[in-house]
Write a new protein. Structure first.
Length: 81
């Protein structure tokens, strides 16, 4: 079992899809990810994520579903569906 001290300072990061992750501060961020401003031990950051954020589906999926429903609505209104 790893100890938090192996990873040093841990931060919470987020991407454009509103997906959150714990990340070692000493490592470069993956492309498209940004710091949330929260730092602490790995255990503290994992608890923070569980307390503050509800797991959801990625934003692009939500956008596709909304677009798809709008398209279906148009088909129904026009009599095509």
């Amino acid at each position: 079992m790893r100890k938090d001290t192996e990873f040093g300072i841990i931060v919470n990061i987020v991407d454009d899809e509103h997906q959150f992750c714990v990340w070692p501060m000493h490592r470069p961020l993956p492309f498209g990810w940004f710091f949330t401003g929260l730092t602490g031990s790995q255990a503290e950051m994992e608890v923070s994520l569980r307390q503050q954020f509800v797991e959801t589906i990625p934003a692009t999926h939500i956008t596709r579903v909304k677009w798809s429903r709008a398209s279906q609505w148009a088909d129904t209104e026009s009599g095509a569906g």
